[in-house]
Design a protein around this ligand. Structure first.
Ligand SMILES: CC(=O)SCCNC(=O)CCNC(=O)[C@H](O)C(C)(C)COP(=O)(O)OP(=O)(O)OC[C@H]1O[C@@H](n2cnc3c(N)ncnc32)[C@H](O)[C@@H]1OP(=O)(O)O
Ligand SMILES: O=C([O-])CC(=O)C(=O)O
Length: 474
């Protein structure tokens, strides 16, 4: 009897042998891997009016990469972020109203919406004790998924997919996501890391960003600046079209008729992947590893060498990826990374993080060159939204474990809008096709499976005759 490790090693070889499909076959059958062509343009699978991403422009009859632009319900994200900053108010709730209901709210509509969200920001009796505190773990995205699925048990109308009911469920989830994330972190911090635990209740009169900091900090204190920075980060992460991995997951599972809890739990599982929202944790870990490896973080040659080692799968997690770089759609730039960079610079200066900021800037400059040297680049690579977000959270003293959950606290709004749009417009299950490139084989009884066919005999003919004989008998 082999030990489990040996068994798994051998059996994995079988998986690789039988599952490997050569790149030529994808090419031959015109299959766009990852549902995208080489230019990064996705296979068209749906229509949406929730947001628009522009990464190409027409030039002399050709599509050429351009600076990225993002629109929520037709409004440029740059203007949407600038508005609340200029008017010194929090923008997350306003953007949520816009994304879900399709128009900017009036003052009264916004106030009413804020009250609804504030009122819904409560968990069922003993939910924190009975669910969140049980089996806590470092992976807060998994903790949140568990909590979302368990919330369905407390909802007598869990499987009702009418728009009114789904809207209620979505608004409730948007409201409680900060609690699921922060309390999940406190449970982990206490039970796994032996720190003190405190559970602060949210204040219904405060914004999502303020509540998040209030519940996170032991003394419930935060500065206006900190809450506004977090609010901007939330606004930038709320929505990104129907095709991003977690939103597409939302649409796929919605199309199967599943309930809101199942759909949002699945979207969380998609978002946490290190190639998607989980990249924000990876960026910070990679930068820490860079600092430790390179020592002198002002030496650009050493930084370049480190990045080359990453792409050659010799450094960091040996996956060959420089996290926070590259995007499925954007090429020249991601507008959100640019907005982030602007205020990260100011915050870094104010908080004494100048050197760290310079290191990020160096990676931002060098990584596209290194990737272009070592990979086949068709559309260009630049910093994405996950590149600077971790540095912002670090400067806000937010623990690493909460970086991807913060992304989820924002993106649950986009998922909700897409779930509702899918329910309103489409009643077809999403079911693309896969071409089978495997051969048909004739069943062989178990006692004959290790019989070696005689030299000179044609095993396929032999099996075929046997097959027909079997059919005749029937
Ligand atoms: C919120 C978000 O989801 S934003 C994205 C967050 N993810 C990350 O930051 C992880 C790092 N980045 C990546 O893994 C990728 O850039 C993705 C998954 C985002 C997009 O991947 P793709 O669509 O395949 O990118 P693209 O088509 O531009 O890739 C072209 C080539 O550059 C490589 N490449 C792209 N980004 C990177 C990167 N960050 N590091 C190393 N190589 C990269 C690809 O592997 C590919 O090379 P290959 O054809 O030799 O395998
Ligand atoms: O669109 C994508 O592929 C990734 C994503 O969610 C984002 O950039 O916000």
């Amino acid at each position: 009897m082999k030990n489990l490790d040996e068994y798994l090693k051998e059996q994995s070889r079988l998986c690789r042998e039988h599952d490997y499909i050569t790149s030529d076959l994808f090419h031959e059958h015109n299959v766009n891997r990852g549902l995208r062509d080489k230019n990064g343009i996705g296979v068209l699978t749906g229509l949406t009016s929730i947001s628009k991403i522009q990464a190409y422009k027409e030039y002399l009859g050709h599509k050429v990469p351009c600076k990225g632009k993002l629109f929520y319900r037709g409004y440029n994200i740059v203007d949407l972020v600038k508005g609340p900053i200029a008017e010194e108010r929090y923008g997350f709730e306003e953007m949520a109203y816009l994304l879900i209901f399709g128009e900017l709210p009036t003052e009264e509509e916004l106030k009413e919406f804020q009250q609804v969200v504030g009122r819904m920001r409560g968990l069922p009796t003993n939910f924190v004790r009975d669910v969140i505190m049980k089996a806590p773990g470092k992976d807060i995205m998994n903790t949140m998924t568990k909590s979302v699925l368990t919330l369905s048990s407390y909802d007598p109308n869990a499987s009702d997919t009418s728009i009114k009911n789904v809207l209620r469920q979505c608004l409730m989830l948007i409201s409680v996501f900060p609690m699921l994330a922060v309390y999940g972190y406190h449970a982990y911090n206490h039970y796994e890391r032996d720190s003190s635990m405190y559970i602060h209740r949210p204040n219904p009169d405060l914004s999502t960003a303020e509540n998040l900091l209030r519940m996170l900090r032991p003394d419930m204190k935060y500065t206006e600046l900190e809450a506004h920075v977090l609010d901007i980060a939330l606004m930038l992460h709320m929505e990104h079209g129907g095709g991003n991995n977690s939103t597409f997951t939302t649409r796929v599972i919605t199309s199967a008729g599943s309930d809101t809890y199942a759909v949002i739990a699945a979207a969380l599982c998609a978002l946490k992947g290190p190639k998607h929202g989980g990249a924000n944790i990876k960026v910070v870990e990679m930068m820490q590893d860079l600092e430790e490896t390179v020592k002198d973080i002002t030496d650009k040659d050493k930084i370049r060498k480190y990045l080359e080692d990453i792409v050659d799968k010799k450094a960091f997690d040996e996956k060959g990826l420089i996290y926070g770089m590259g995007h499925a759609i954007y090429s020249v730039s991601d507008p959100r990374a640019e907005i982030f960079k602007g205020f990260v610079k100011k915050l870094a200066e104010a908080k004494g993080y100048d050197k760290v900021f310079a290191m990020y800037s160096a990676v931002e400059e060098l990584a596209p060159q290194v990737i272009a040297d070592k990979r086949k680049i068709y559309k260009g690579v630049s910093a994405n939204v996950d590149f600077y977000s971790g540095l912002v959270y670090r400067m806000l003293d937010i623990p690493l474990e909460l970086y991807t959950p913060i992304f989820a606290i924002a993106r649950v709004v986009g998922w909700s809008a897409h779930r509702i749009e899918e329910l309103i417009n489409v009643d077809k299950i999403i079911r693309p096709s896969y071409l089978s490139v495997g051969e048909e084989r004739i069943y062989k009884p178990i006692e004959r499976r290790n019989v070696i066919e005689l030299a000179g005999s044609d095993p396929s003919k032999y099996r075929l005759e046997e097959h027909f004989a079997h059919e005749e008998e029937e």
